[in-house]
Design a protein around this ligand. Structure first.
Ligand SMILES: [Zn+2]
Ligand SMILES: [Zn+2]
Length: 118
């Protein structure tokens, strides 16, 4: 499946694959999380790593349509944050490696938007 990206911005951050996979802090090289690359539509992630470097990711696909905000929280299944409505695996954040973070992710399947922070 090929998808068109509308936005792809990375700051002080490296992704193992084009649209996802392991997320690395570029300053210290630590992996700080994992993004499942076929299940989201829009992903925004702001964080401060334990090494004090601040990073940013924003990836959005051309098929982003809805702004439906869900008040529900993602559920954790085997360390992966998943959509509570369709169980799509979306994201893993290695919290202990981050001083703070804030994310916003849209589930591709049900088009719900989830937010979280520390
Ligand atoms: Zn770091
Ligand atoms: Zn969903």
């Amino acid at each position: 499946m090929s998808r068109n990206t509308k936005i792809k911005e990375l700051s002080h951050t490296r992704l193992a694959n084009q649209y996802g996979g392991w997320i690395y802090c570029e300053s210290c090289g630590e992996n700080i999380g994992y993004l499942c690359y076929t299940t989201y539509d829009n992903f925004i992630f702001n964080y401060q790593c334990q090494c004090e470097s601040c990073g940013y990711i924003h990836i959005a696909f051309g098929d982003v349509s809805s702004e439906k905000i869900s008040n529900d929280k993602l559920i954790k299944i085997k360390n992966r944050l998943c959509c509570i409505h369709d169980q799509s695996p979306l994201l893993t954040i290695l919290k202990e490696k981050l001083i703070s973070y804030q994310y916003e992710i849209d589930c591709l399947k049900c088009q719900r938007k989830y937010k979280g922070e520390k």
